[in-house]
Design a protein around this ligand. Sequence first.
Ligand code: SF4
Length: 405
Amino acid sequence: MYEIKSTSLLKEVMKNYFLELDKGNRKIAWCTSVGPAELLRSFGFEVYFPENHGALLGASRTADNYIPVAQKCGFSNQICSYTTSDIGSFLSNETPLTKHYGIKSVPKPDLLVYCTNQCREVEDWFSFYADHFKCPIVGIHPPRYLDEISGEEINLVVAQLKKLVSVCEQVSGTSFDLDKFKEVLKLSKEATLLWQKVLKTSTATPAPISFFDGTIHMGPIVVLRGTQQAMDYYTALLAELEENVKTGKGFLEKESRRIFWDGMPIWGKLRLLSNVFSKDNAAVVASTYCNSWIFDDFDENNPFTSSALAYTEIFINRSEKAKMEFFRKWISEYRIDGVIFHDAKTCFNNSNSRFGMPLRLKQSLGIPTLIVEGDLNDSRFFSEGQTVSKIEAFIEQLENQKISI
Ligand code: SF4
């Protein structure tokens, strides 16, 4: 059976990250998953990411217990189920970190920093904690939905990042150190490029890492960006996957069709879905989600401008037209036969099927597409029978197309 051996190292890296946070030796900044973690780390903050906690709640299938708790406090169960399950678990005084690492609770923040380059929900989510902990909160608001990004827009974000500097100085009690910021950004860039290479190993046939594996192995690029640990981890993972490409080892023995997954993972159903695809030799080789943590424009010689650019130009923050270009590139690079769009009911921000994208892709590239309904964390919105049947029929359609070509 195929397994990625670096998984044991991954578990070690993630465990050490959480245990270090739990020691409480350093000031802690909470940050959104595509927020300016490098700047925070340059002040010596440990950085904690509530979205990662949301994903843990989903993957451990405990999110459903907590969503109603947040609902009682006024959060609709139609909004981001990371937000509602995370707040609900906090109010219930429970966390999957206890079972995994023996940690009683999530770390207390000294500073909260969110970036609305992914959605406005993070502002409300973090504001709840700012009120609760009476803690300083700073928002970065990059311009959204742009086709092209101009210098003017980048300057706006640079100004916001510079405002964040003075708050970080106050909270950390440390003066800003440009060299330190450059150093952290360089580490982050190196890790992000390694992560990109990891994902691109699956341009090979057979592909050595699936979308489902990617959702697990992306842990360090989310929570440890800007550290040596992230770099070391992706160096090891890449070496293993490149070796597998060389020796022709893929996650499927026989890869018949190559599929792209758009949108959020359905965290509680990763294994089930992975099996649905693999039993029919369909390889899910790439995704918008795993590609979201590639910041190849970071440049330590120009740390503020390049951070502003990298965090503004990401896929989720862009116009439909710009997203279409991302899709074109990925579809050709990974030689994709079909695209599955996950319409996540509580995250319209990361559901790209609602404004005609599947149809446009079909019309312009002739690529078959399928929309599946579900959610990242809220299982009420996922029907197993219906989704499995839809995916099986889609794979069959791709197979028939192959035969008729
Ligand atoms: S992008 Fe979606 S899943 Fe992520 S925090 Fe925003 S609403 Fe929630």
